[in-house]
Design a protein around this ligand. Sequence first.
Ligand code: PEP
Length: 243
Amino acid sequence: MAPRKLAAGNWKMNGDLATLAQINAMAGAVRGASCDVLICPPALLVPALVAKGVVRVGGQDCHAEASGAHTGDISAAMLRDAGATHVILGHSERRADHHETDDVVRAKARAAHQAGLVAIICLGETGDQRDAGQTLEVIAAQLAGSVPEGATAANTVIAYEPVWAIGTGRTPTTGQIAEVHARLRADLSARLPDGAEVSLLYGGSVKGANAAEIFAIPHVDGALVGGASLTAGDFLPIVTALD
Ligand code: PEP
C-alpha cells in the first residue's frame, strides 16, 4: 500500500477560540479531500476543534507517562480522551526549548502508541550541521534514536524539518529534500516490516506557492506546516496541492 497523504498544521502557541472560525472556512474543501487533513492546536483548543468534526485533531506534545505527578504536562491518553488522533513529538522547538533528546522523544512515542495515537516524529539538521556536511548522519541518528520498537505505518509518521527552514522562509532545494527523504525511506524499510508505507512529511516554510513542487519530490507524502496553517486562505492551497 502507498503511504497515506497527510497535510498537517502545527499552530504552535498561537490561536484562541475565535481562531477556530478558520476551520469553518476549510470545511467544504477538507470534506472533499482524499488526503488526511490534521490540525494540531494548543492543547486547550483540542476539544473545541474536535467538536467541529471537520479535520483530524492532534496534540503538539505529550508526557511519556500515562499519569502522575507531572505538573503542567498532559498525557497521550488525555489527548486521546479529548478526541485527538495524532501527536507531534520531537519538534525542534521542543528539542531546543525543553532539551528533549532522542531518548525522550522515543519514550513519548511509545506512550502515544500505547494510547492509540499516531506519533508524528520530527527530525532535522541545524544550519551548522548542513554546512558541515552532516545532514544524512544527523537525520539517520535521530531516526534510529527516536522511533520506538513497535512502530508501524499505522501508528507513526516521520516529519523531516530542517531547523534552519522553520519559520524562516528558506527551504532546501528539491534535491536536498529528495536526498533526505530517500535516506529516511531506506532506513525505515530496513527497520520496519511496513517501512515503505510510513508517511514522510516535509516541514519548513511550506506555503501555497511552493507546495506542489515539494509534493512532487519522491517519498514526500505530505507536509507539516507551521505559519501557513493558521488561516484557511494560506492552508487550503497546500491541501489542494497535495490532494
Ligand atoms: C513547523 O514549525 O513545524 C514549521 C514547519 O513551521 P513553518 O511552516 O512556519 O516553517
